[in-house]
Design a binder for this molecule. Sequence first.
Ligand code: AMP
Ligand code: MG
Length: 327
Amino acid sequence: MTRPPLPSDTPILAADDPSALDEAVRILKAGGCVALPTETVYGLACDATNSEAVAGVYEAKGRPSFNPLICHVDDLERARTLIDLGETGETLAKAFWPGPLTLVSHKRAPSPVSDLAAAGLDSLAVRLPRSKALQTLVARLSAPLAAPSANASGTISPTTAQHVKDSLNGRIHLILDSGPCPVGVESTILSLLDPSGPVILRPGGAAREALEPVCGPIAQSQSTNQSAPTAPGQLTSHYAPNAQVRLDATQPKAGESYLGFGAQPRRDDIVFFNLSEKGDLVEAASNLFTALRWLDSVSDRIAVAPIPETGLGEAINDRLRRAAAER
Ligand code: AMP
Ligand code: MG
């Protein structure tokens, strides 16, 4: 699948204009990305079930690593198809959705969501925002939308369409505008993974004082800065292969499977997966987690071709270095 070409000047259209929504649906179905308003900040949305679209979002933002993305839904029923909310999650969702609360829980299997959007984790972050435009797009795609904030990585989150344009013009397909975001800070991220009770991973638009009467005492995560879960083990269920991983391998050794990149002769004598024969880092990123999972399931040792440290290569190499780290 080839994503739609990027415009040199990204258009801003009114989010309540039906023809703008038609255009957004067309772009999202084709694997492109659309910035849109939510009550918290503007998000950069793509079809969460399409790995290449998700890779396009990481690329547009210039994210230095694949941080898991929040998946946005249009109703509670769709959230239930993605994660196991449990009793606490159901209660919280009924009390706070639509609203600035993101719930992290165990992913349902099989999951329609791309492994890349979940950064290879077995958990998933899900939110039902107030934005009518976003709800409409999810319903019309019949798929959740993965959406991080619509700004270049490392810069301040955007709360107007013009902020988005200033940061990402020419890097994304479309911006939907509905004026300034009423909440203006990101959602509160609450993990339901710990059996002893909910844990705040990121403070945000839903205050602890509002949450606790509904769900009981909430623990604070050891590391409050989940916007950069960079330390290995910071996310407890961080995906690591069982196989040993050897990086920068121009050739596999005997007994190794091979994760290739770029123009490389096909090898039928070994287990071989090429991330992108074209040497396209967006395509490679979209294949990375699927490839690692597959090679891990069929081999004990994985050799990995050198991957350029440019564009999405930085994020790919970050994840590969983690996969190769001593455990
Ligand atoms: P943003 O990129 O600003 O939308 O932030 C998304 C946040 O959600 C990041 O801080 C991620 O670390 C967090 N997140 C998404 N999925 C998960 C997950 N499965 N477990 C923990 N944190 C998550
Ligand atoms: Mg952000």
